[in-house]
Design a protein around this ligand. Structure first.
Ligand SMILES: *[C@@H]1O[C@H](CO)[C@@H](O)[C@H](O)[C@H]1NC(C)=O
Ligand SMILES: *[C@@H]1O[C@H](CO)[C@@H](O)[C@H](O)[C@H]1NC(C)=O
Ligand SMILES: *[C@@H]1O[C@H](CO)[C@@H](O)[C@H](O)[C@H]1NC(C)=O
Length: 313
């Protein structure tokens, strides 16, 4: 009886011990594997993950659809526009990071993010970059909006527009323009500033534009003329400092600063002015379907969460 009891007790103890060992092994193994994965993914100058991070190996495509207006004469006399969708015009987006500082104490990397676009003829076929589309002149509308925002200019707007628009926009007979897709997106719709010395309205407009200069859509050429394009072939998204993930793999890729600042003053409210999340090309490891990692978009100067939608193969 006593022996049987002792045996049962020993058996239970044995099973218990084996379970504990298995469990700890399993936890330990899981932790070792995770730590290993974390180490592999962390950004160390020259490592595989470093090189993949510098230049994203997965191609990123930008597909653009343009609505061309087919009845401008009807619209000019107050009618409804007829829109025809043209697209996709497919551009390959090349993102390249130029790292220039590694801070081992903070475990961060500082880099500049550049983007270039190249037209993909094959994926856009039969459409081409030289296709002409009829759209509302973005430069004309852009200038009107910009000038409207300048204090004290509103009352003079009409006069300014009447005097400055014909010489600057090549005497347009409507707000529409025929432009190639390339001009509209990249090389830009021209705003002619050559008449600046003879025409006070042109002079004022071109000076106002000069003050707007660090806006992405506007570019000044060597003749002193401006052009307005929706995108540019070569863009810089600024400098970023991100967590390198050597100390805390879960924080890999988290943006610490953008253009040397850890928050913005653009929006009202602290939450909107926060800089954080990742830049989409580098997400931390161990995410699951419930994870909602934030990404920071420089276009809207804000963070947005990514939400799981579906599995893909
Ligand atoms: C990474 O290493 C290379 C080669 O040693 C060096 O030239 C480069 O400056 C380093 N990059 C950074 C950001 O420190
Ligand atoms: C387009 O297709 C041609 C022929 O299939 C190929 O030689 C060329 O490399 C492709 N170009 C691009 C940009 O993919
Ligand atoms: C665009 O081109 C078409 C065809 O050549 C022409 O009829 C139309 O007036 C042009 N529209 C503008 C806004 O220049």
């Amino acid at each position: 009886m006593d022996i049987q009891k002792a045996l049962t007790f020993a058996l239970i103890l044995g099973i218990f011990a084996v379970s504990i060992t298995l469990l700890t092994d399993w936890f330990l193994l899981d932790r070792i594997v995770n730590a290993k994965i974390g180490q592999e993914l962390a950004l160390k100058n020259g490592s595989d993950s470093w090189n993949r991070w510098i230049e994203t190996p997965i191609p990123i495509y930008l597909k653009i659809y343009i609505f061309t207006v087919t009845n401008t004469d009807v619209v000019n006399s107050g009618g409804k526009p007829n829109l025809l969708e043209r697209g996709p015009y497919v551009y390959r987006e090349n993102r390249r990071k130029i790292p220039f500082h590694i801070n081992t104490l903070e475990d961060s990397v500082e880099y500049q993010q550049d983007i270039t676009y190249s037209f993909d003829k094959n994926l856009s076929y039969p459409l081409g970059e030289d296709d002409v589309v009829t759209v509302v002149n973005p430069a004309l509308v852009g200038v009107t909006n910009i000038l409207n925002d300048i204090e004290g200019l509103q009352s003079m707007m009409r006069i300014f527009m009447e005097l400055a628009v014909p010489p600057m926009f090549n005497s347009p007979d409507s707000i529409f323009i025929n432009a190639t897709v390339k001009e509209l997106l990249f090389s830009g719709i021209k705003l002619d500033c050559k008449r600046s010395d003879k025409n006070i309205a042109v002079f004022s407009m071109c000076s106002a534009l000069q003050h707007m200069m660090p806006i992405k859509v506007l570019e000044k050429d060597s003749n002193g003329d401006f052009s307005m394009a929706i995108l540019r072939h070569r863009q810089s998204l600024g400098t970023f400092s991100i967590n390198a993930g050597n100390k805390d793999p879960g924080a890999l890729g988290e943006i610490l600063r953008w253009n040397k600042k850890s928050d913005m003053s653009l929006w009202s409210g602290k939450r909107c002015n926060d800089i954080g999340g990742s830049d989409v090309t580098l997400l931390p490891p161990f995410l699951n379907r419930e994870s909602q990692p934030s990404v920071f978009s420089t276009d809207i100067c804000s963070m947005v969460p990514l939400v799981y939608k579906e599995d893909i193969n």
